[in-house]
Design a protein around this ligand. Structure first.
Ligand code: M6R
Length: 609
């Protein structure tokens, strides 16, 4: 997730670009850069760090010109550094591009371009596009862009400039946002509306596959076959703050709704739908290497720890390796039994959590192989672990983790399938079945998030309660832990999660009339047992909300209410079962008037012990 801006008109471009980029820093802040047409030459200025670093770099020597593009980066391919910052150019500097997304086939394209003599300066996937532009240039800007689109695969918003046709900017998109702002004698391009509303409120949203040619006097949209497309212009009436949250009331809600995309992006390059396999090019593990691993530790804090518990079920069941999951602040002081056949996986959204980092260092010191699963490229975890698997959730602003969690459990499932195949503990047909199931997840998650009225009603109904309980068995238990954490951290309702079979060993004493109990029932192998536990709490007059698969009419017989999630494989169910829990917590907190994005006493990144 990066921020893109573009300007073409009568005013100086650079001040608008910098201002627009400042409104998009929530989309990425690893590095920033602009390209401005100075006379007939493109001047490129970029550097690592926040936007202020770029401002300082060009202070007193701002690029002069009325056409330009800019970018704030959230690194995906290549660590944050000057060279990897956008915009990217070809070696002549005449073709320039900014990009948000992932070019999946960039390695193949890069090899071909290298063979043709192109010289690459960065480690990014994006740079292939600027070189492709030079390679495919046929004297016509639009035609060249269409040729590029026939070569690249993946997800993108792309904005192009060239010295050969200096009076226009061309942009296009697939699976990533792009809006056009319309002014008088000037026009604007941006990833998101906050970047442009200080200058215009007349906008339209680009759709996938559309190509817009933007000049100072107008915007023309066409598809790849040259068919003109007429766009419906609308007037934005959000204020700047609401615009930054994409019209959502809170970042947390926005991030909940970003999950289909976060999931899709995290699968990119790993879920091979054609061959129905999982690949991890960044790991390149072998069967021999994996056969040597006789123990896995998963170490993390908070929500990431809960993702680790889901990961334990996956790795033990699919890859048949014993797994211990540890809270990082415990692991670091408890002299864990580790040797060189141990793999230690640390999970951290930020990659900077103090205890998680200390645990990683401890595991390395004791001789384990280490793998970081993190959302932040170039973070401490990414730098210090032997190998890294990135989740591509994009920046998470709300303290309560949502999209980071779903992408973490997705990463763990993909990893377990990958390792299971390498160790030959997972049959090929079963792996294929799981891969097919994964392919449907973004759409199913989207569908679930479109039907949340019932969840809102429950949240309001139970917002005044003092306690709530979450029950489940197996993977449902792991998800229940996360549901309880979400509820307590943002709504301040006391919430506990229990393995459903454990309840009667003490906690059942707390179940009295009217206490809300959320029972997850998505795991077929323990379903009947879970339903029995559900009946036990119902018999104590708890109010039971069950979460199960669409079509499970049986649950209606026992629970007071049922929230249905789309039918999927039991291993994929956590990716969907957690969504109602996130929403329940969100709407309960809202009803109670809590500060949802900044819950009391908590910080987004815990960099102290
Ligand atoms: O950045 P990390 O994933 O290492 O953070 C770990 C926890 O602090 C974090 O998951 C925390 O529990 C969540 N913000 C809670 O929603």
């Amino acid at each position: 997730m990066c921020g893109i801006v573009g300007y073409i008109g009568k005013e100086q471009a650079a001040p608008f670009l910098l201002d627009g980029m400042s409104k998009l820093e929530y989309r990425g802040y690893d590095s920033a850069g602009i390209a401005v047409m100075e006379g007939s030459k493109i001047r490129l200025e970029k550097c690592v760090g926040r936007l202020d670093a770029l401002r300082a770099k060009i202070a007193g020597d701002m690029p002069v010109g009325t056409i330009g593009i800019g970018h704030t980066r959230w690194a995906t391919h290549g660590r944050p550094c000057d060279r990897n910052s956008h915009p990217h150019a070809d070696e002549s500097g005449k073709f320039v591009v900014v990009h948000n997304g992932i070019i999946e086939n960039y390695l193949v394209i890069k090899e071909e371009l290298l063979a043709k003599g192109h010289v690459f300066l960065s480690e990014t996937d994006t740079e292939v596009v600027s070189h492709l532009m030079a390679e495919l240039w046929d004297g016509d800007f639009e035609s060249t862009v269409k040729k590029i689109l026939k070569v690249i695969k993946g997800s993108y918003s792309l904005v192009f400039m060239t010295e050969h046709e200096p009076g226009k900017i061309i942009c296009t998109k697939k699976d990533n946002p792009l809006v056009i702002g319309l002014g008088e004698g000037e026009n604007f391009i941006a990833s998101d509306i906050p970047a442009i509303i200080s200058r215009t409120r007349r906008t339209f949203i680009m759709s996938d596959g559309e190509i817009a040619t933007v000049t100072a006097d107008g915007v023309w949209v066409q598809d790849i076959n040259g068919t003109p497309i007429s766009k419906k212009v609308f007037v934005v009436n959000w204020n700047a703050e609401a615009a930054e949250k994409g019209g959502f009331e809170h970042f947390m809600l926005k991030e909940i709704y970003e999950q289909p995309k976060a999931i899709r992006d995290t699968m990119t390059g790993r879920v091979d739908k054609e061959n129905e396999t999982i690949t991890f090019p960044e790991l390149n593990w072998t069967s021999e290497g994996m056969a040597q691993i006789n123990k896995i530790f998963i170490v993390a804090c908070g929500t990431a720890y809960h993702a680790g518990i889901v990961g334990k079920y996956y790795l033990e069941q699919l890859a048949r390796v014993p797994v211990e999951v540890d809270i990082a602040s415990e692991f670091r002081y408890r002299s864990p039994l580790i040797d060189s056949n141990t793999l230690c996986i640390v999970i951290s959204q930020s990659g900077e959590t103090s205890d998680t980092l200390a645990a990683l260092r401890e595991a390395k010191k004791l001789g384990a192989r280490t793998l970081g699963v993190t959302n932040v490229v170039g973070s401490a975890v990414a730098r210090e672990a032997d190998q890294v698997v990135y989740t591509y959730a994009g920046p998470e602003i709300a303290v309560a983790s949502t999209k980071a969690y779903t992408t973490q459990i997705l990463a763990m499932l993909m990893l377990a399938i990958y390792v299971g195949r390498l160790r030959n503990t997972l049959a090929e047909d079963r792996a294929k079945e799981l891969v097919r199931g994964l392919g449907m997840v973004p759409e199913q998650v989207h569908e679930l998030l479109e039907n949340v009225d019932q969840i809102k009603v429950f949240a309001r109904q139970y917002a005044s309660c003092e306690d709530a309980f979450f029950l489940g068995r197996s993977l449902d238990y792991a998800v229940a832990l996360e549901g309880a954490l979400k509820l307590k951290e943002i709504s301040y309702i006391h919430a506990e999660a229990y393995a459903a079979g454990e309840l009667k060993h003490g906690t059942l004493a707390l179940i009295v009339e009217g206490v809300p109990v959320i029972v997850l029932a998505t795991q077929s192998d323990v379903y009947d047992k879970t339903v029995s536990n559900l009946q036990e709490v119902k018999a104590r007059e708890a109010v039971v909300i069950a979460i199960g698969f669409v079509g499970d009419e049986n649950l209606k017989k026992y629970a007071d209410s049922v929230i249905y999630i789309p039918k999927t494989d039991k291993y994929i169910a956590p990716l969907m079962a957690v969504l109602p829990l996130q929403l329940l917590a969100y709407y309960a907190a809202l009803t109670r008037g809590c500060d949802v994005d900044k819950p009391r006493n908590l910080a987004k990144s815990v960099t102290v012990e």
